[in-house]
Design a protein around this ligand. Sequence first.
Ligand code: G4P
Length: 530
Amino acid sequence: MSSIEKEIERRRTFAIISHPDAGKTTLTEKFLLYGGAINTAGSVKGKANSKYAVSDWMDIEKERGISVTSSVLQFDYNGYCINILDTPGHQDFSEDTYRTLMAADSAVMVIDASKGVEAQTIKLFKVCTMRHIPIFTFINKMDREARDSFDLLDDIETVLGIRTCPMNWPIGSGKRFKGIYDRESSQVSMFQTVAPGGAKSAEETDYDVTDSAFKSKVGDELYNQLIEEVELLDGASDELDLEKVGRGELSPVFFGSALTNFGVEAFLKYFLKMTSSPLPRKSNEGTINPMTEDFSAFVFKIQANMNKSHRDRIAFMRICSGKFDADKEVYHVRSKRKLRLSQPQQLMAQDRKVLKEAYAGDVIGVFDPALFSIGDTICMPGQKFEYEGIPTFAPEHFCRLVQLNSMKRKQFMKGVTEIAQEGAIQLFQDYQLGMSEIIAGVVGTLQFDVLKYRLENEYGCEVRLETLPYGYIRWVKDVTTDLNSLKRLNDVKKVKDMKGNPLLLFNNEWIINMVLDNNEGLELEEFRKN
Ligand code: G4P
């Protein structure tokens, strides 16, 4: 194996998905603690910053600053090189969150044991299944009163439509949480509370499940319950099938408590064994093998700096093959230009460092001279393949943009077009009125504040944003459809995207179904493949 292959082989690139408050940040911090990348918990991001209620400028800037520095966290653990991709949640939830999943090779889904599957997890999960990437489940907060473990599995299977395979099983929960039984080794790790912050890991005492000392420690009731439940699992649950895991059809499930470090290291060890190094990716010239010398990457996120004193843009790219060498020229396929990627940065926790080399699986941020667009491929001069495009995801909030000073039409159009190119918003125009009624669509409402602020401050355009009552948008599959010929569109808004493709805006899913029922042959899409 060449030295490049060795470097690629040890890489694991994944995203952590969850509903806000399920414990994504806490789990990420614990991973970093194990990897020795940070010394104390609480350093990944300040809670005050990630949960502000009113989005004023300072907060937006802080929040965006944080999402730049924590876009990817890289650290070494047990010989592996781990890249955790950040999927912003809370108010900053945006299309970027979906796009980041396009750069991951697998996903860790964190679920709050007292709540089960929640709304935001469902949305992110859908993107993972669309890509058929492996999904590992960590059921968190077992130190609190939890829902019945079988119910939780059932919830994952019915709501998300994926089979589950518990790798370990909890003994009690909340005040009666005693530990975790590992199904492969039949060993039990006893739960011990530790200070949530600095301690590296809880001292875990292991017993064999047949050990009488274990039985007397947990008491007859919990012991008998465990034996019964494990028998039930052995008989009824899916067996671990790594091929199904690899295709995203079966999710290995782990129980634990991120806050108290319990079950985290065990999870990490199993996860790293079961997940794979960077996989081949599809391009218009066939599948590209990651294990080659030739560098290739695609852009999945563009971040404009809102601070006027340094108005730079950073393009984040996921390396898909080979080794990146900062001294070598690369080729930007869409513009047919050779270039050097300037100031390539790797981002580790709060620090940025300029890097000289990186490998398939890694993410680098490069200075963007307004050249890159989301989905662009970069490869070596002499090659010209393009990776499969990143889909456009359906926004969920819409508003009409009313320009308050009509003299500034040019700046206004420049502003909205540039901001849309970065992928922060999507633009639509009224089906009949065209560009005289412009509508912006976003995945998370914070993007509206960002849009208004940037139009005013960077482009000098005062705007009023008029909220529209729609929450669902669908692309009409047959782009030649005349929307005026469709029936029962009374409560539906007809729009076009900037390329002229027809779309419909709906208030709820019931109306979507009603329109489909009344228009034979009409096909609507939630993602638009680019
Ligand atoms: P998120 O990134 O998914 O939004 O969740 P985050 O890790 O910020 O966790 C949300 C809250 O849940 C935090 O409490 C965190 O301490 C707590 N938490 C995370 N994992 C566990 C766990 O295993 N057990 C228990 N009991 N709590 C857990 P907070 O009060 O909102 O914030 P903080 O003041 O503790 O930072």
